[in-house]
Design a protein around this ligand. Structure first.
Ligand code: ATP
Ligand code: MN
Length: 465
């Protein structure tokens, strides 16, 4: 085959230099036609749109054409031609064809359209080749980039916090232990407990549940930082909103109070939603039409409205007066369930909500204590269809108060001595939050299950691929 450098289909479809010789490579979506001419819809992942390859059967022998079936990977040399068909500007009239890889029609699982999302999860190695997952994973990329851009443009530093840690950041959830000990022959100490001094790190370690504690060290030196990395929680909660491995974005800012923190969270979320609408238009339109007819409307609604801000105590009053029957009863002091959060957002306010000042007992030890002796300066951002999308707080910067909470909650101080020291040396007010990247992805794609917005979901009893 003649060498012509490859054009991505996304670029090709907006070209107007008709007559040019081009090369495209990609995977066959469909092939149809008659005895004179065949049409191949080819996709290379650069866009949700396929390019149409027009094949004049008289120009090719049967042997070349036979393996060009759905799923096969081919390279095409041809001429760019203005398309007569609807909805496409350009097509390619093939001069030369090469098959890189065949896909046996009897075995390739993505023959026809309309597979269930459940089935597609079982073929996670192939699902990125569907329109739906192509759209979602392109959006994942664009939003990842937007997150870095947002913070970079505003003077935040990307701070790399460890994946393996010896501290349980906040008791945020059960942890995956990291060990090189032989499970069949564990060494025991005199006290009958596993002797971790013989383990790789010489102590118990686990996969991080949050980069926050180390992130705070970054904020107390660089001023404003963010983390964006994988996070692990061994919570056995099989819900459409929990993964065992997910990605979290955690900004932490010196001198910010809870109001600054709320303003940052709201501005950040709106920026990302606006970015998705501006840069992923065709993919969002596809998802809107296929899965969630109110998606674009909902995204615009969030952009156009101020988030409602109220205290936990006020939220509880509304829930108690609602007359609504909840699966989990609700009263002051209980942690809010997704059903309560969604009632406030979807039924009561019909708007994103930021709840603040939660009871101390249901929140983490590091949150700044209010003067009332009962509540802490926590803030959760609650979104329609999702419930909690962000959890954050102003941090306790007073050493004595922090230590009191540490003792009350029965935490071990030795794994976090370094964290506690920041309150001794140049302590300062500061605040931050964690945004679950996949929760954001659920919101901007309109998908209903968190397993469908990450390429290879990790959930209880499932670590395939
Ligand atoms: P939830 O109550 O929904 O389990 P959480 O209170 O445990 O959330 P945080 O510890 O505050 O959550 O974590 C910060 C953010 O990380 C959450 O607001 C959410 O967006 C995301 N998140 C938490 N747990 C998970 C999970 N298992 N899978 C995906 N995202 C998660
Ligand atoms: Mn949780």
């Amino acid at each position: 085959m003649k060498h012509i450098s490859r054009t991505q289909i996304a670029d090709l479809l907006i070209r107007e230099d008709f007559g040019a010789e081009v090369n495209v490579k990609g995977w066959v979506r469909t092939r149809r036609g008659n005895k004179q001419v065949n049409f191949v819809a080819l996709n290379d992942g650069s866009t949700i749109n396929n390019v149409q390859i027009v094949i004049d059967l008289a120009q090719f022998d049967e042997e070349t054409l036979k393996p060009i079936t759905t799923g096969a990977c081919i390279s095409v040399n041809g001429r760019l031609v203005e398309s007569m068909g609807q909805g496409q500007r350009a097509e390619i009239h093939a001069d030369e064809l090469q098959v890189y890889g065949t896909a046996d029609p009897g075995a390739y699982p993505l023959q026809k359209k309309g597979h269930s999302l459940e089935f597609l999860r079982e073929i996670a190695h192939l699902r990125p080749r569907t329109n739906t997952f192509g759209a979602i994973f392109r959006m994942r990329h664009h939003l990842s980039y937007a997150i870095h851009k947002y913070f970079n443009d505003r003077g935040f530093y990307y701070f790399h916090t460890p994946i393996i840690t010896a501290s349980d950041a906040e008791g945020a959830g059960s942890m995956f232990e990291v060990s090189t000990l032989n499970l069949d022959q564990l060494p025991y100490g005199a006290d009958g407990k596993v002797d971790f001094s013989q383990d790789f790190f010489g102590r118990p370690t686990n996969l991080t549940v949050s980069g926050q504690l180390e992130g705070e060290l970054g904020a107390m030196s660089l001023g404003a930082i963010y983390t964006f990395g994988p996070t692990f929680r061994a919570e056995n909660s099989n819900t459409p909103r929990h993964l065992a491995e997910f990605w979290m974005i955690e900004p932490e800012v010196a001198f910010n109070d809870i109001t600054d923190n709320m303003n940052l969270a709201e501005d950040f979320l709106k920026y990302l939603i606006r970015y998705a609408l501006d840069h992923c238009k065709e993919d969002i339109e596809f998802l809107n039409n296929m899965y969630d007819k109110e998606l674009i409307e909902r995204l615009n609604f969030v952009l156009e409205n101020n988030f409602v801000r109220l205290t936990y105590t006020e939220g509880i009053e509304i829930l108690e007066k609602s007359g609504q029957k909840f699966e989990y009863p609700v009263h002051w002091g209980t942690d809010l369930q997704s059903e309560h959060e969604r009632y406030l957002v979807e039924k009561h306010f019909k708007c994103p909500v930021i709840l603040t000042d939660y009871p101390r007992e249901i929140k983490s030890f590091y949150m700044k204590q209010n003067d009332d002796g009962k509540t802490v300066r926590a803030m959760d951002v609650l979104f329609p269809k999702i419930g909690e999308i962000i959890g954050g707080s102003e941090r306790e910067d007073d050493y004595e108060k922090l230590m009191t909470r540490v003792k009350e909650t029965g935490m071990h101080t030795d794994p976090i001595w370094w964290y506690l020291e920041t309150r001794k040396f140049g302590t300062a007010p500061h605040a931050g939050f964690g945004l679950g990247f996949e929760r954001l992805m659920l919101f901007v794609t309109g998908m209903a299950n968190i397993r469908d917005v990450i390429p290879f979901p990790r959930t209880p009893k499932n670590a395939d691929f």
